[in-house]
Design a protein around this ligand. Structure first.
Ligand code: ATP
Ligand code: ZN
Length: 283
């Protein structure tokens, strides 16, 4: 393979973050809204801009080598592809929701009921696993209005904040699937050197995103305690300050325990704490 082809969403919720991820990997390309294909100038990669629904099949059939798409779409199209990397964005849940005044109380109550969805395959599997036979009504958009119109007793759809459900008089009944954006590839191609290099670049960007670079000043008497809190990639750097008895510590911390650690560091007398984003971490 001389040039790798990656399929990403042309426009929609995944487009911007997909483009940003590839740019953060150091890839240079033009991102014209009108073009369907873009050539990366500094890596043998071609980007195909497609509807997200088409991406899993394009990858399975080899029209694209890899693709970036929501797990929900992969599951719904029931393709046989390799999961190469979870990407941590485009997170959402697929839920069954019912009208606020519904009499449905248990999953068994869905027997014989009508459920509207754009995800008939995922829903069908879930119901079958639970031995329930319901009438799945395939609707391609605005599923949430269907109970109000008397078309169904419930819906099965993507829910992120729940605001759309609420404004349509619906409430979540149960979670069926959690989804995020995933990099997929054709089975058997996982070891292609271009794919391996791209995954390494993506992983270094993802690692960096979870991590912050911290610089702070502390009195030597508290240095040991501070070092224990900031393990760093290998270990923190300690530099003397011109003021005697003081040192500067450079290290990295995980974004998720950022505020806990900052408060603890302050209580150890750390001063001039600067926290900076990291672009890439290459291990
Ligand atoms: P396309 O025109 O490419 O077919 P679409 O309208 O089907 O786009 P989008 O609404 O852009 O799809 O959503 C793309 C993906 O983003 C979803 O399949 C899902 O994986 C993810 N996603 C994350 N949060 C949400 C959300 N709140 N609503 C819908 N999709 C979400
Ligand atoms: Zn779509």
């Amino acid at each position: 393979m001389k040039t790798l082809k990656i399929a990403i969403q042309k426009s929609g919720r995944l487009n911007e973050k997909s483009v940003q991820l590839l740019k953060n990997c150091g890839l240079n390309f033009e991102n014209y809204k009108s073009s369907l294909i873009s050539q990366v100038s500094n890596f043998p990669l071609e980007i195909l801009f497609l509807r997200d629904d088409d991406i899993p099949e394009y990858v399975q059939d080899g029209i694209a080598d890899i693709g970036l798409v929501g797990e929900n779409v992969i599951a719904e199209t029931e393709v046989d592809v390799a999961y190469l990397q979870r990407l941590g964005f485009g997170k959402c849940d697929l839920k069954i929701a019912i009208p606020n005044n519904s009499t449905i109380q248990t999953l068994q109550d869905f027997e014989g009921k009508a459920i509207a969805t754009s995800y008939p395959n995922i829903l069908g599997k879930y119901l079958a696993q639970n031995n329930i036979t319901a009438d799945i009504k395939m609707i391609s958009g605005s599923v949430e209005i269907s109970p109000g119109l008397g078309l169904s007793d419930a819906i099965f759809d993507i829910v992120s904040t729940g605001g759309t459900l609420r404004s349509n008089g619906l409430k979540p009944f149960c979670d069926v699937m959690a989804s995020e954006a995933i990099l997929i590839g054709r089975k058997g191609e996982e070891n292609n050197h271009l794919i391996v290099e791209l995954i390494q670049r993506i992983q270094s960007v993802l690692r960096a995103k979870e991590t912050k670079y911290v610089v702070l000043n502390v009195e030597k008497t508290n240095l040991d305690k501070v070092l224990q809190m900031l393990p760093g990639v290998k270990s923190p750097s300690v530099l003397p300050l011109s003021e005697t008895g003081w040192v500067a510590v450079h290290s990295v911390i995980q974004e998720r325990d950022f505020w806990d650690k900052i408060n603890e560091l302050k209580s150890l007398g750390a001063q001039g704490i600067v926290v900076m984003p990291i672009e890439k971490i290459i291990l």
